[in-house]
Design a protein around this ligand. Structure first.
Ligand code: GLN
Length: 505
């Protein structure tokens, strides 16, 4: 077992060395210019058979975070398959509603995520044989008026977005409220926002064990089977997975793994303090101190800073270039073709939401390439920010008095020289507040990184929430950290502005 564990690299909680970071930034810049080349290079290498696996790791006991690592039934099944076939699996924790797309587009090789076999999904992906049965159950508050499925029609229902529970409820009962994962739906119910949550039985039991006010109704809504999903037509992988599952069933390994996790399927018992302040202190301990959960915030913070800073650099470099091309075209009538390309770029980038751009870059452009997700985010946010920076700088250039250009030229300076030494410095000073604003927006915008399963600050808070069912402290903590970053950034910008003012003679 131990050797199987080492053969498995778990993305969560790995620390990057300084050198790796430097390399990352360098490649981010490169990627902007040499995107196609980079893709070609990344595609080679990979000699050893490593399969990437998508899962949504807030689904105990199948996959969940324990001490910063993903653990659970599905993880142990993979370890066993890896051991038996001498292959590696690399786990990617991602939003549940992305995992089918991920395997369909070849972003990952397989999905194991307590995934229910459904006919609709079968049209998109191939399923292995089933390895576990499950039920969709109803979680309610103890003493609730809801006693069975027939009482659900007028209730406020919560589900996990894109799950089989979501599909069932939407088809047979009513439009539910959709949450990123079941745990968040349960915490919404704890906060009095829902009357019932429809969820798979095993995670439901885990969540209920952690929330003494909740209970599961005895009758289930639907019976289901879990299986792994792979890209259509990948027969070799399908055969390997199926024959391993067959063998593991025959010798009892599968049963043993499932039984062991089902036995432990509850959060640790905790005594709750009586007073408000005592409760808050308790929550603080569970949210941040216990199991070193503060690490999710600290690591996420670093990822956020890394992405925002590198994306800002990409944005400035590219934005500057676009601004100069566009204003040169405006001022001199030259560079018509580059100007047209820049305009098209600005229209597309500013006309589509950044989250859609991020998803396109991740799933489509880097679709079949195994590329570092931090890099993907840097490219996405960098390219996006460049469009805004470009317009800000262009407005700065245009705001510099025409006489400045004429004065420069009449002194015998060339166009480029006047631009560089006379116009741009003044333009930069004029637009500094607007640029600062753009960086603040950029910093906060990176909070959507969770869409491609990057563990940034926001996602770090989400992971804590999904483990402790407490929405209050993790969200406040995340908000405070962003706020402090923005305050610090504004302060630094203000200083820079003052310094530039002083130089004004
Ligand atoms: N079994 C459900 C589904 O496949 C939920 C799975 C999950 O949340 N990981 O839709």
């Amino acid at each position: 077992m131990l050797s199987a564990m080492t053969s498995m690299s778990n993305k969560a909680g790995t620390e990057k060395s300084l050198w790796e970071r430097v390399r990352l930034y360098a490649s981010a810049l490169l990627a902007v210019v040499l995107l196609p080349l980079l893709m070609a290079c990344e595609e080679q290498a990979q000699e050893q058979k490593t399969y990437t696996v998508a899962m949504e790791a807030t689904f105990p006991p199948y996959e969940f975070y324990r001490d910063g690592e993903i653990a659970g039934i599905d993880v142990d099944i993979l370890k066993e398959i890896g051991r038996r076939n001498n292959v590696n699996f690399r786990l990617e924790d991602m939003a549940f509603d992305s995992i089918i797309t991920a395997v369909q587009t070849g972003k990952v090789d397989l999905v194991i995520s307590g995934l229910t076999v459904t006919e609709d999904r079968r049209r998109q992906v191939d399923f292995t044989r089933s390895y576990s049965g499950a039920r969709q159950v109803i979680i309610v508050k103890k003493g609730s008026a809801i006693k069975g499925a027939e009482d659900l029609f007028n209730a406020r229902l919560g589900v996990q977005h894109g799950s089989s529970g979501d599909i069932y409820v939407t088809e047979h009962i009513k439009e539910p409220e959709r949450f990123t994962n079941g745990a968040l739906a349960v915490s919404a119910m704890n906060a009095g926002k829902l009357d019932a949550v429809i969820l798979d039985n095993a995670p439901a039991e885990n969540h209920v064990a952690g929330s003494p006010e909740l209970t599961i109704l005895p009758t289930a809504l639907a019976e289901e089977e879990y299986a792994m999903a792979i890209r259509k037509g990948n027969k070799e992988l399908l055969d390997m997975l199926n024959s391993s599952l067959d063998a593991m069933e025959a010798d009892g390994t599968l049963h043993e793994i499932i039984e062991r996790h089902m036995r432990d399927n509850k959060p640790e018992e905790e005594k709750r303090a009586e007073s408000m302040l005592g409760r808050l202190a308790d929550d603080f301990r569970t949210d941040f101190i216990k199991n070193n959960r503060w690490h999710y915030l600290a690591d996420g913070f670093l990822v956020t800073i890394e992405i925002a800073a590198a994306a800002a650099l990409v944005g400035i470099a590219l934005g500057f270039l676009i601004a100069v091309i566009r204003s040169t075209a405006d001022l001199t009538g030259k560079l018509r073709v580059p100007d047209m390309i820049c305009r098209l770029y600005l229209t597309v980038v500013r006309g589509t939401p950044v989250v859609v751009q991020l998803l396109i870059i991740y799933f489509v452009i880097f679709g079949s390439v195994d590329v570092n997700k931090v890099l993907v985010a840097i490219v996405a946010f960098g390219l996006n920010s460049a469009a805004y920076v470009a317009e800000i700088i262009r407005s700065g250039i245009m705001s510099v008095d025409r006489g400045q250009m004429e004065a420069g030229r009449s002194l015998g300076l060339g166009y480029g020289c006047t631009m560089r030494n006379v116009i741009l410095p003044q333009a930069f000073k004029n637009v500094l507040p607007a640029l600062g604003n753009e960086f603040i927006v950029l910093l906060k915008e990176t909070s959507i990184c969770g869409y491609i399963a990057l563990q940034d600050l926001t996602k770090g808070g989400d992971i804590i929430r999904s483990q402790t069912y407490d929405a209050f402290l993790p969200l406040i903590a995340v908000a405070l950290i962003y706020l402090s970053m923005v305050i610090l950034l504004s302060h630094l910008l203000k200083k820079l502005e003052l310094r530039l003012k002083k130089n004004e003679r």
